[in-house]
Write a protein that binds this ligand. Structure first.
Ligand code: NAP
Length: 283
């Protein structure tokens, strides 16, 4: 079997176009234009690139760009005061604190100041709790992107054996929760898992969110499995995922490439969350 490629750029563009249409309809109905406040502290080049892409995507979708940039030597309290101010500002639908923040501040504590209805990254303890309880709320963007890719390709999640490798709060745990909510039988593997090959090769849907280049190879994948590679690893030969694409695409039925798989859908889900946040606040 040779896997069909899941094209994240196509799916991301589809979601972005749909959000732009929905934002225009929202504004045409007399509602306030949704606005996203990205908060960047310091001048880390990678973070600046990520924030730049998010801001451009916002403007293209008709969402107001309410970016905030603070110097890298700001105090924890200065950033906390800004987040509180954005939380109280009705023009701000969503707040995204770009992580990591400089060492003198506590990123988790700052993130927790974002009210759940403006938490477009879906990473606050309240949003994580709502997800765990299956209650409505804003979901983290990368895990939502994984589900969007599966749905776009009509992959049956209900009843499927899903294995998620990685248990981070950012990706592994929330994607496992979302698959569970869609009635998959979910296993979460991590660095202490015994027999990773055996666990992974049970999967109908295998999600890799590890951060180890090409960790998962042919021995980890059942013939016909759907493989979603969240990993982004910089190597001497360029960006690679957590999956050995060449070996695994000979076995899988569907597979995401890196780059061009999950990444482009992540930003699209941020736009979707910003509109959802605006709708939540209007209620
Ligand atoms: P993370 O916080 O470092 O978590 C990595 C997870 O992988 C941990 O749970 C760790 O287990 C597990 N792990 C590490 N080595 C392992 C091994 N040899 N076998 C099995 N499990 C192992 O990383 P993350 O934030 O979840 O990110 C994961 C990857 O996704 C990274 O490459 C990141 O760049 C990428 N990413 C991509 C996007 C996107 O938009 N495409 C978004 C976010 C992240 P323990 O818990 O036991 O340590």
């Amino acid at each position: 079997m040779t896997a069909a490629i899941i094209d994240g750029k196509v799916v991301g563009a589809k979601v972005r176009a749909a959000v732009a249409v929905d934002v225009a309809a929202w504004v045409a109905a007399g509602n306030r234009q949704p606005g996203l406040a990205t908060v960047l502290v310091g001048d880390d080049p990678a973070s600046a690139v990520y924030v730049g892409s998010k801001r451009t995507a916002c403007v293209e979708a008709g969402i107001a760009d309410l970016h905030q940039h603070l110097p890298g030597d700001s105090s924890h309290e200065t950033v906390a005061a800004l987040i509180r101010q954005l939380a109280a500002d009705p023009a701000v639908s969503g707040i995204l604190l770009q992580l990591p923040v400089p060492k003198q501040m506590n990123g988790g504590g700052l993130t927790a100041l974002i009210p759940a209805e403006k938490d477009v990254d879906g990473l606050t303890p309240v949003s994580a709790g709502l997800l765990a309880l299956g209650m409505p709320g804003l979901r983290p963007c990368t895990p939502s992107g994984v589900i969007e890719l599966l749905d776009h390709h009509g992959v049956q999640i209900e009843g499927a054996e899903a294995v998620v490798v990685g248990r981070s709060d950012l990706v592994g745990k929330p994607v496992a929760q979302m698959l569970l909510q869609r009635s998959a039988t979910v296993t979460i593997a991590h660095s202490r898992t015994r027999d990773l090959e055996g666990v992974c090769s049970r999967a109908d849907i295998l999600v890799a969110a590890v951060g180890v280049p090409r960790l998962l190879g042919g021995a980890h994948v059942k013939a016909g499995a759907v493989v979603i590679d969240v990993g982004i690893n910089r190597t001497d030969t360029g960006l690679v995922g957590d999956v050995d694409f060449e070996a695994v695409s000979a076995l899988a039925s569907l597979i995401t490439p890196v780059p061009g798989g999950v990444g482009p859908v992540t930003i699209a889900m941020l736009l979707r969350n910003t509109l959802t946040a605006a709708e939540l606040q209007a209620k």
